[in-house]
Design a protein around this ligand. Structure first.
Ligand SMILES: [Fe+2]
Length: 466
């Protein structure tokens, strides 16, 4: 542990903190963020990101509350930075839009594998060496790739100017395939090293839900847990949990099921006070009346802003700050994009399904509560839920349990009773480039400024004035 006198002083003087300070390595925080909430007594742990201190990937093991890092890959050789460099080459934002590249990959063919063979050498254990002559990030923080990269892929795409062409989708598909091959090798190596059946993952690359699913399925691991806030935000949870286990000697592992509802909540009185102040047009609906009314609206293909309980921690809205719609309407993806989200056409929307019935619709053997896996939609089901089925017949599914989110579960179940399909489109309650809404004020403003048809906050159904 190191000392950081300036930071300590700042925290003591600004916040009046009088306790101890502990400094954790970045990847240890990522590892802890996944292992401690996993519920596993022991597990192999893989963390992959851009870079933290010097490490870009670590392999380790967690046992009886202790985490040991066994092996690490060091900067500048980084799967995360490779993915980010190509994200930038394709005209998207680094550290932000990598998931768009993952979505775009489904539209292409991996025709640039040979070119990627020049960018990155991959050993049998999954260790990589980047050919730095194609990159710039290690010399100049503002530029990810060098001019030489155009020799492999053609000219880089100019953001917001150049259209997205098949060539871009093919580059994305090749990147995705190379990434999956690297992770396959890392997982094989990690399994050999640890002999564990359980796998925990964290780090920004663990948000690559397509790779997570394919690589886990091909590995010898039997169970998997991925920290839903796998990016750097989630390392704060890891650091806190590590201290709780190592310093305070608490044992939190497996005591309660992990969930992401850790943010602010607003009671009905607060919501009503805000709505009255805004002179909003609302109705209070009790119990089943709420589910009945909202599911009728969704069946009429209305777009619903759904604001309930505590805000989710991490990058995904999982049913508390969500926009919901009918997954059975073939044009619903385009309708939401056109009227509310204003995002790229190629990006799919995710389905939320009740946990009791996910296996009927998706080729998934275990629940996926955080949208971190992308299984295939089962044969014959894609035409029933066209708005959430991606171009390659996959879906970034969220399974919703009654125990974790009873209100969202009840709504989806009520929709299933009427439509025969206990699935809803669930996309985050925000517009392109904006953060997810947090407070009633954020939600109401987003509702007013977009073409969301109805807003539900707590038990209040809010209409737009005509
Ligand atoms: Fe990180």
């Amino acid at each position: 542990m190191h000392s950081g006198a300036n930071i300590e002083n700042l925290i003591r003087t600004q916040y009046g903190y009088t306790g101890e300070f502990y400094y954790l390595e970045h990847h240890l925080s990522h590892a802890a963020s996944s292992f401690y909430p996993s519920g596993f007594d022991s597990a192999a742990i893989l963390t992959i990101d851009g870079v933290g201190e010097k490490a870009t990937t670590t392999m380790g093991v967690g046992k009886k509350g202790k985490i040991s890092i066994l092996k690490e890959l060091q900067y500048p050789h980084s799967v995360g930075l490779l993915y980010s460099a190509i994200t930038s080459f394709l005209g998207f934002k680094v550290n932000n839009d990598e998931y768009k590249v993952m979505g775009l990959a489904s539209y292409g063919k991996p025709e640039y594998q040979e070119a990627f063979g020049k960018l990155v050498a991959v050993s049998e254990s999954g260790a990589i060496i980047l050919d730095l002559s194609y990159f710039e990030f290690h010399r100049n923080g503002n530029q990810m790739f060098s001019d030489k990269m155009a020799g492999l892929f053609g000219p880089p795409r100019v953001p917001e100017m150049d259209n997205i062409e098949l060539r871009h989708a093919n580059i994305a598909a090749s990147l995705q395939l190379v990434t999956e091959k690297i992770i396959d090798k890392m997982l094989a190596n990690l399994f050999d090293m640890t002999g564990e059946e359980n796998l925990c993952m964290a780090g920004g690359v663990a948000l690559n839900s397509v790779a997570n699913w394919k690589c886990f399925k091909r590995s010898l691991f039997k169970h998997i847990f991925i920290q839903p806030a796998a990016g750097d935000g989630g390392s704060s949870i890891g650091a806190a949990l590590w201290i709780a286990h190592q310093v305070s000697n608490e044992t939190l592992n497996g005591t309660t099921p992990y969930h992401t509802m850790l943010g602010p909540a607003f009671c009905d009185d607060e919501i009503q006070g805000y709505l009255d102040n805004e002179q909003a047009d609302y109705t209070y609906l009790d119990g089943s009346d709420l589910y009945d009314t909202v599911t009728d609206l969704i069946l009429e293909n209305k777009i619903i802003g759904w604001f309930q309980g505590r805000m989710e921690f991490g990058p995904r809205a999982l049913g508390n700050r969500s926009i919901l719609a009918n997954p059975c309407h073939p044009a619903m993806k385009d309708i939401i994009n056109r009227r509310v989200k204003f995002r790229e056409d190629f990006r799919p929307f995710a389905p939320a399904v009740i946990e009791e019935e996910y296996h009927k619709y998706f080729d998934l053997e275990f629940p996926s509560p955080y949208m971190l896996f992308v299984p295939k939609v089962r044969d014959g089901m894609a035409q029933k839920i066209p708005a959430v089925t991606h171009v390659d017949n996959s879906a970034r599914v969220q399974t919703v349990s009654k125990a974790v989110n009873p209100k969202f579960h009840s709504l989806i179940k009520a929709f299933g009773k009427k439509s025969g399909i206990p699935v809803l489109i669930n996309t985050s309650f925000n517009i392109r480039g904006e953060p997810i809404v947090c407070s009633p004020k954020d939600a109401y403003k987003c509702f007013l400024y977009t073409d969301i048809d109805y807003l539900v906050m707590g038990n209040f159904l809010i209409r737009k004035e005509i």
